[in-house]
Write a protein that binds this ligand. Structure first.
Ligand code: NYM
Ligand code: MG
Length: 214
C-alpha cells in the first residue's frame, strides 16, 4: 500500500473567523496527541516564516499594498510551498494539526468580492485534510470577543462578510467538514473534537490512499 507498513499521520485543520478559538483548540489537540506519545506537529497558515509568508505578513500589517487577486495567490502559494513537507510528515506517521488552510483562503478573498470558484482554483491538488473543524461563533459572541488588533480584516464588517462566505456549501463539498459550536466552554469543545478525531482515526485505519483536494 501507498503508506507502507507504518500507519500514516492524520491531517486536521481548524477553521473559523478571527477570535473563534482556533489557536486554543488546535493547540489543545496537539497537546492531547503529544501527551499520548503520538507524533504530532502544529502548524498554521499563513506561515509567516517563509519568504512568501513574509510578504503576506507585511500585507496584513498594512505595510504593503497588493491587489486582492495577487495576495490571494500568495496565500495559496504559501500553502503550496509547505505541501511537500506536510505530505512527508504524514507519510512518516506524524499527525499534522493546522490553524487555517485553503478554506480561510477562499472565505476571506470571496468576502472582498472575488469570484468564489476563482478563489478555489489555485488550491486544487493540495493535501486534503482528514477532518476540518469549523468553529462557529455567532455575531453576538464574536462582538463580545472582538478585542481586534489592527491587522487587515480584523473589523466587525469584514468578519460579517467572511461569516457569510463560510456558509457557502461549495466550501464543504467533498471534504470531511465538522461544524463545532465555538461558543461553549473550551474543555467541552475540546472533548467533542477529541472524540471526532478518534472516530476519524478508526475509519482511516483502512489506510485509504492519500487524497488531494479537488
Ligand atoms: N487569511 C488567512 C486569508 O485571508 N487567506 C488565507 O489563505 C489565510 C490562511 O489572514 N485574518 C487571513 C485570515 C486572518 C489573517 O491569519 C491572518 P491569523 O490566523 O489570524 O494569523
Ligand atoms: Mg487573526
Amino acid at each position: 500500500p501507498i503508506w507502507g507498513s507504518a500507519q500514516r499521520g492524520l491531517f486536521f485543520v481548524f477553521e473559523g473567523l478571527d477570535r473563534s478559538g482556533k489557536s486554543t483548540q488546535s493547540k489543545k489537540l496537539e497537546e492531547y496527541f503529544s501527551k499520548a506519545g503520538r507524533p504530532v506537529k502544529w502548524t498554521c497558515f499563513p506561515n509567516r516564516k517563509t519568504p512568501i509568508g513574509a510578504a503576506i505578513d507585511l500585507y496584513l500589517r498594512r505595510q504593503l499594498e497588493l491587489p486582492d487577486e495577487a495576495v490571494h495567490r500568495l496565500f495559496s502559494a504559501n500553502r503550496w510551498e509547505m505541501a511537500q513537507s506536510i505530505v512527508e510528515d504524514l507519510r512518516a506517521g506524524t499527525t499534522i494539526i493546522c490553524d487555517r488552510y485553503a478554506f480561510s483562503g477562499v472565505a476571506y478573498s470571496a468576502a472582498k468580492g472575488l469570484d468564489f470558484s476563482w478563489c478555489q482554483a489555485p488550491d486544487r491538488g493540495l493535501p486534503c485534510p482528514d477532518g476540518i473543524f469549523f468553529l462557529h461563533i455567532d455575531e453576538k459572541v464574536g462582538a463580545a470577543r472582538s478585542n481586534f488588533g489592527d491587522e487587515r480584516y480584523e473589523n466587525a464588517e469584514m468578519q460579517a462578510r467572511v461569516r457569510g462566505q463560510f456558509k457557502d456549501p461549495r466550501l464543504r463539498a467533498n471534504v470531511n467538514w465538522q461544524d463545532v459550536n465555538g461558543a461553549r466552554d473550551m474543555e467541552v469543545i475540546h472533548a467533542e473534537i477529541r472524540s471526532a478525531v478518534e472516530a476519524i482515526r478508526q475509519e482511516d485505519q483502512v489506510q485509504l490512499p492519500w487524497q488531494q483536494c479537488s
